[in-house]
Design a protein around this ligand. Structure first.
Ligand code: CP
Length: 313
């Protein structure tokens, strides 16, 4: 693997999921693969799971890890030809090349502005690192995608599926803040690559980018969509059409035990209790949120392993 900024960077998804599950059983099997190799992680935004699981994954492979919270560094400029006499101090052209001298792999987290859809969907930060750093880049959640989360989710579904073609539902849920579409986008992309019966449910107005959803079935009736589901993946996102807006709170879209019935509950975390989902669901045996978070390590580890193997080849 040359980079992991997009789910489609995975060459053989089914084999990658199988190998990730094998790594979970033997996490230190390849502990010399990353010897004398450094992962630099750059965070433009907050993180708990991504920060810790990716560092753990790299260390399981014997890598050294350096982590930089960008707010503690210089304010970077990403536009070409800008007269830099305002708030930005260093251009990505220099910064990416400098960081690449310290790193064998660079991993970046950079959320969207949710103000300018065209700019966010152009993925300027992630693409600039890919363009100017001459080392592989890993997406730790960008403006429009969270491919490591989606890989962890695919591993989790694979582990817990009781049938060959489980019914999976992605349900929108309310949230007081405007959130990115990244997790939903990557989950939708991933589900289209897996042998699942997949439906999306959300209130009208929360349609995702149709370039991503394609011909996936959308049901505007949440209870009907969730009926007989094996997995219900719950996530809030702000409007794509009225970009970045919260259209309404729709508290009745909160996930309850009644709606879930026997389905497994999935969420990427962090989650707001009794806003997105009621306590009874999160505290039940059908909640997979802790398993998903655990699988973040092995999703990151298989990605780093495949990149390290490519570097060494
Ligand atoms: N799910 C996820 O990416 O968690 P963090 O934002 O805590 O990294």
């Amino acid at each position: 693997m040359k980079k992991y900024t997009d789910i489609h960077d995975i060459k053989n998804l089914s084999q990658t999921i199988t190998e990730a599950i094998a790594l979970k059983a033997s996490p230190f099997k390849h502990k010399t693969l990353g010897t004398n190799k450094t992962l630099v992680m750059l965070f433009f935004n907050a993180s708990l799971r991504t920060r810790l699981s990716t560092e753990k994954a790299a260390k399981n492979l014997g890598m050294d890890v350096i982590c930089l919270q960008i707010s503690n560094s210089w304010n970077l400029e990403f536009e070409d030809g800008t007269i830099m006499n305002l708030s930005t101090s260093e251009h990505i052209k220099e910064a990416a090349k400098v960081i690449a001298q310290y790193a064998d792999i660079i991993a970046v987290r950079a959320f969207p502005t949710l103000k300018d859809r065209e700019k966010d969907y152009a993925e300027i930060i992630m693409n600039s690192f890919t363009k100017y750093a001459n080392v592989p880049v890993v997406n730790l959640e960008s403006s429009t995608a969270h491919p490591l989360q989606a890989l962890a989710d695919a591993i989790t579904i694979n582990e817990f599926a009781a049938t060959k073609k489980p019914k999976v539902v992605l349900s929108w849920a309310p949230h007081p803040k405007a959130l990115p579409q990244s997790v939903a986008n990557s989950f939708v992309t991933m589900m289209q690559e897996l042998p699942v019966d997949f439906t999306i449910t959300h209130p009208k107005g929360y349609e995702l980018n149709t370039d991503i959803t394609g011909d996936v079935h959308i049901n505007y009736n949440q209870e009907e969509a969730c009926k007989d589901a094996d997995f219900v993946y719950v996530k809030n996102w702000s409007s794509y059409t009225n970009y970045g807006e919260i259209l309404h709170q729709d508290a009745d879209w909160m996930i309850t035990q009644d709606k879930l019935n026997t389905a497994k509950f999935m969420h990427c975390l962090p989650v707001r209790r009794n806003v997105v989902v009621e306590d009874a669901v999160l505290d039940s045996e059908n909640s997979l949120v802790i398993d998903q978070a655990n699988n973040r390590t092995f999703a990151a580890q298989i990605v780093l392993k495949q990149i390290l193997e490519q570097i060494d080849s």
